[in-house]
Design a protein around this ligand. Structure first.
Ligand code: M6R
Length: 608
């Protein structure tokens, strides 16, 4: 969950290390640091907080060299302060690490007994000491690095500077991604290809257990048995242009506005122009033959899976089990013995819990499909099939366009599966597809509720806590509305199935408590309205998200009605996400929180 970048070159590297690091800041922003080797050995600069703080330190006290590493941290072990900031140094070794070294305590005790003095509370520092320990045993740099890696347990992507050698970077991965980039007379390592995009698009992805010795014009990769191996050099698809905010105040605002485009791209990719039927690619046979579906993800992606469950069960008649990845992997799930298909939904494709759950399913013999926004991610490389969401890079920590693109893909998957299995007629399939084709236009219209959401936001911003409710497919949307509000405003918010409120949570409703209800017209709207009346009678301040027909029904309970266009077929939950995003956005804006990089969070959670 940290970002790593390294450069070995015959030119100076400091400025470019910071440039690469800035593209990784979405992974964590608790502290940042840089180390370079020059004629005087290893020099490092570190700062708590964001990369801009490190830049200020470098402005006051510059360092440079032709070989260096840099790191942006999301703290796991040890406070997010300067002392615990990477790179960590022991003698002639400096390292940066992403992941968790699970056996760091015994290693640290062992090294402490041998006289090593530790300066931080991190698990990572032990790596630098262990390499130095092996150097002290007269091992050469590469042997010392490999000997160290062999002792590490847990998840890691590591880059190291060793000795006085300013011509070499050492790197290894196990459980956390690491990419090697090929430049002209220089080489790179990075947590992802996006970090290296300003320098090169030619990359190779290290595989599990690989280590690499990276020189100015070459790389030697060894697999976990120590054998030298060749890994394919690919052209990364990521744009070299740094994602810019343009005229928007935040990436989140920009990404909300990009949804019509993202949905258009995503829907088009799944529509077969010749047959006018869903195009499911490699995933088609797995969906057609599945006796049961398991859908696993984390956070917002899990809520997309939860909406998908209604669609797959409703249209294709297949039993779907949804699970939060961190729970799934630590119970003993009863998995189908044959024809079981598991879906893994992830924007980043790097979420550690989702990746581990996917590996579990691969081992259990399930067919695995990744619903992924990052086509070169770890999950993408290990699933049997990929269904891409074409949302484009999402930089804001709060997921917006990736969520609606995930929903669009799941809708396509459910329609396609139902058609393949004959549970949806040709005519009904066409009706559903035509509805999905209206998504870009509907999303464009939904963006017009922006000003109204801004006007309503003060209600949420001044409340002690808020509730989000919905029924059916709008129940996961209620959870998503609450999650979005919590993560960027830090305000308490809970999502509930509307019918569940009366079983306990209604006790929390006081005069003025905001209750956001998501209820476009469907078979359940009458029931939802009854639940809304129950809370309104107890003083709740109701905010309704509905359509024109629904607005009629809400007018006795509230004046705050956000009216969306009519949403046919499966489009309702996808479009209803937009006002929820705006409500969270404007509430956070009013409170002045760091919207794109909320406290304690990171875009991609690559630790358990
Ligand atoms: O990259 P992933 O989709 O696997 O990430 C999963 C969650 O960490 C993510 O959706 C998180 O909940 C978002 N910050 C929510 O906005």
């Amino acid at each position: 969950m940290c970002g790593i970048v390294g450069i070995v070159s015959n030119q100076s590297v400091s400025k470019r290390l910071i440039e690469g690091l800035t593209r990784l800041e979405y992974r964590g922003y608790d502290s940042a640091g840089i180390a370079v080797i020059n004629g005087q050995g290893i020099k490092r600069r570190r700062a708590p907080g964001k990369i801009i703080n490190l830049q200020h330190v470098l402005d006051d006290s510059p360092i440079d060299g032709t070989c260096g590493i840099a790191h942006t941290r999301w703290a796991t072990h040890g406070k997010p302060n300067m002392e615990n900031a990477h790179p960590h140094q022991a003698g002639n070794v400096a390292i940066v690490h992403n992941g968790i070294i699970e056996n760091f305590k015994p290693l640290r005790e062992e090294l402490a007994r041998k006289g090593h003095v530790f300066a931080t509370q991190t698990d990572s520092e032990v790596i630098a000491h262990l390499i130095q320990y092996f150097l002290d045993k007269a091992m050469d740099e590469e042997s010392a690095f490999l000997a160290c890696v062999e002792r590490l347990e847990g998840a890691y992507a590591v880059a190291a500077l060793i000795g006085k050698d300013n011509q070499t970077l050492f790197a290894a991965r196990h459980g956390s991604p690491l990419v090697v980039g090929f430049g002209e007379g220089e080489m790179f390592v990075g947590s992802d290809a996006f970090a290296l995009a300003p320098f090169t698009k030619r990359v190779l992805y290290l595989e599990e257990g690989d280590s690499a010795v990276v020189k100015i014009d070459d790389v030697c990769v060894r697999d976990k048995s120590g054998e030298e191996v060749t890994r394919e050099i690919m052209t990364a698809s990521i744009s070299a242009v740094m994602a810019e905010k343009g005229n928007y105040r935040h990436f989140m605002e920009k990404e909300i506005h990009e949804q019509p485009e993202a949905l258009a791209r995503t829907i088009a990719a799944y529509m077969d122009p010749e047959t006018n039927l869903p195009l499911l690619g490699d995933a088609a046979p797995f969906l057609r033959d599945a006796e049961r579906l398991v859908a696993i993800a984390c956070g917002t992606a899990y809520l997309a899976a939860s909406v998908g469950k209604y669609w797959f069960e409703g249209l294709a008649g297949v039993h779907v089990e949804t699970d939060i990845a961190s729970e799934f992997r630590y119970r003993t799930p009863a998995l189908p013995k044959k024809n079981g298909t598991a879906l893994f939904i992830s924007q980043s494709g790097e979420t550690a819990d989702t990746l581990a759950a996917m590996r579990y399913c691969n081992r259990a013999g399930l067919d695995t499909i990744g619903v992924l926004n990052a086509p070169e991610s770890s999950i993408a490389r290990e699933t049997n099939a990929i269904m891409r969401t074409l949302a484009g890079p999402e930089i804001g920590v709060a997921s917006t366009k990736a969520f609606t693109a995930q929903l669009a893909v799941l809708a396509m998957g459910a329609i396609g599966m139902a058609h393949l299995r004959g549970s949806l007629s040709q005519a009904d399939t066409q009706i559903h597809l035509m509805a999905l084709e209206t998504l870009p236009e509907l999303a464009q219209q939904a963006l017009t509720v922006k000003a109204q959401c801004e006007a309503i936001a003060p209600i949420l911003a001044t409340a002690k806590q808020s509730f989000f409710i919905g029924r059916g497919v709008y129940y996961p949307l209620a959870l998503e509305g609450a999650l979005k509000l919590k993560e960027i405003t830090y305000l308490p918010a809970e999502g509930y199935a509307a019918g569940e409120l009366k079983h306990g949570p209604i006790a929390l409703i006081e005069d003025g408590t905001p209750v956001v209800v998501i209820a476009p017209t469907d078979a359940l709207i009458e029931k939802t309205i009854s639940n809304v009346e129950e809370v309104a009678a107890r003083g709740a301040k109701v905010i309704a998200i509905t359509d024109e027909a629904g607005a009629e029904q809400f007018k006795d309970s509230t004046k705050d009605i956000i009216i969306l266009p009519d949403m046919p077929g499966l489009t309702g939950p996808i479009i209803s996400a937009i006002p929820l995003q705006f409500l969270a956005y404007f509430t956070a804006l009013k409170l002045g929180t760091n919207l794109d990089q909320p406290r304690n969070l990171a875009k991609s959670v690559t630790v358990e």
